[in-house]
Design a protein around this ligand. Structure first.
Ligand code: ATP
Ligand code: MG
Length: 243
């Protein structure tokens, strides 16, 4: 069973109106545990829409999303948020740190939903901050850090949470190339430890560092490096990989 499976998924905004957008237009995709996949495409191609669905932040208009074999569309809001906090960490382009909390408290926050003691939360947060070499700023507020430093805090948060899946939407978009390379190296390290990584980018150079690239255009998958030259029709791929 695949970790993630989209079966003919549509996300349609303003359906039936003149302004209708088929942000995802019949997408089928299977991702196995331990993969490092880059989703690449130009602005407006549907990358963030796909990540929001994969991350259970949004549900498809039509089609089926199976996470660990379970249909996400049949779950309640509460079940979805529970699923997210147990299974998925996010890194967003805008870092999404809480400004009123100290750096270490930000890193420790998702663990609070995993019923981990405060002492262990703090220990794990500090260890993760050390791993990304930002532990000196543990007591600072995020606003006192540079963009690259805040992005490393966001990665530390994902590391400390130890979620099996990491989803990152343009995590290096706002960073200079050196800091971007560091962030990418940290994501590779997490992947080497078993985390399934889904990285969204419009940058071909960054995508080239993933094991697999999936190219999205106008809500369609137009290329998947896994199926380069493969003679398996799209409908049969999930079944072939599962067997
Ligand atoms: N809430 C919404 N309502 C209506 N249309 C939307 C909404 N969100 C996204 N769209 C449209 O869906 C399409 C895909 O958007 P999406 O944000 O997934 O693109 P993207 O590939 O992430 O682009 P970028 O690289 O600029 O972040 C775009 O045409 C966008 O305008
Ligand atoms: Mg986007």
């Amino acid at each position: 069973m695949s970790l993630i499976e989209l079966k003919d998924v549509y996300k349609i905004y303003n359906e039936g109106q003149e302004s209708q957008v088929n942000a995802l237009d019949g997408v089928s995709l299977a991702i196995e545990r331990g993969e490092f996949v880059a989703v690449i495409g130009t602005s407006g191609s549907g990358k963030s829409t796909m990540m929001n669905i994969l991350g259970c932040l949004d549900i498809p208009t039509r089609g089926v999303y199976l996470l660990d074999g379970q249909p996400v569309g049949e779950k309640s809001q509460r079940e979805l948020s529970d699923l997210r906090s147990r299974r998925i960490s996010f890194i967003f382009q805008g870092y999404n740190l809480i400004p009123s909390l100290k750096v270490w408290e930000n890193v420790a926050l998702p663990m609070a939903y995993q019923h981990i003691s405060l002492q262990e939360r703090k220990e794990r947060a500090l260890a993760a901050l050390k791993a990304v070499e930002i532990d000196a700023k543990a007591e600072n507020k995020p606003g006192q850090l540079s963009g690259g430093q805040q992005q490393r805090v966001a990665i530390a948060r994902a590391m400390a949470t130890r979620s099996p899946i990491l989803m990152a939407d343009e995590p290096t978009g706002a960073l200079d190339s050196k800091t971007g390379a560091q962030v990418l190296a940290l994501m590779r390290q997490l992947n080497a430890q078993g985390t399934t990584v889904i990285l969204i980018t419009h940058d071909n150079g960054i995508a080239a560092q993933a094991d697999r690239t999936v190219r999205v255009m106008d809500g369609h998958i137009v290329h998947d490096s896994l199926w380069d030259g493969a003679l398996v029709p799209a409908e049969g791929r999930a079944e072939v990989r599962a067997s």
